[in-house]
Design a protein around this ligand. Structure first.
Ligand code: FES
Length: 141
């Protein structure tokens, strides 16, 4: 996935598209991530000022949602579902194994809607059912 390099000017142009929205903080954070691949820390103050919110409000939303990243994405992005159904079929063991090999690329996720084929993982946007380290390694190639 191609992202634009972080730019405050570009961020302000994007925020202007949300000027009429109600409750725009989450939408603004999602928009930043969609454009830049992550939410740059400078966005917190930028969004707070733009929408007349406190930095704490914006930071609270940013840290509540696990899908929002505050660091640039790595070349490969791996998410392991650690919600209940996947935990029941070994997701925590898989998570430990995958993080042992690809720690900086791996995040937790909470249900891809693929519970019947758990443990579930997502590699570069593609869902993998009955995930194993071998399947994940293959999907990274
Ligand atoms: S609990 Fe893992 S995909 Fe639903």
């Amino acid at each position: 996935m191609k992202y634009s390099p972080w730019s405050q000017e570009q961020a302000l142009l994007l925020l202007a598209t949300l000027r009429e929205e109600k409750g725009p903080v989450l939408m603004a954070l999602q928009l930043m991530q969609k454009e830049f691949g992550y939410v740059d820390p400078a966005c917190v103050e930028l969004i707070a000022n733009f929408f007349n919110k406190s930095r704490a409000e914006v930071h609270g939303v940013l840290t509540f949602y696990h899908d929002l990243r505050t660091t640039p994405p790595t070349q490969h992005q791996i998410s392991i579902c650690v919600a209940e159904a996947c935990q029941a079929v070994g997701a925590r063991a898989l998570e430990k194994e995958v993080k042992g090999k690809f720690a900086n690329e791996t995040n937790d996720a909470y249900c891809f809607g693929n519970c019947a084929l758990g443990p579930a993982a997502m590699v570069n946007g593609k869902i993998i059912g009955r995930a194993t380290l071998a399947k994940i390694e293959k999907a990274r190639q």
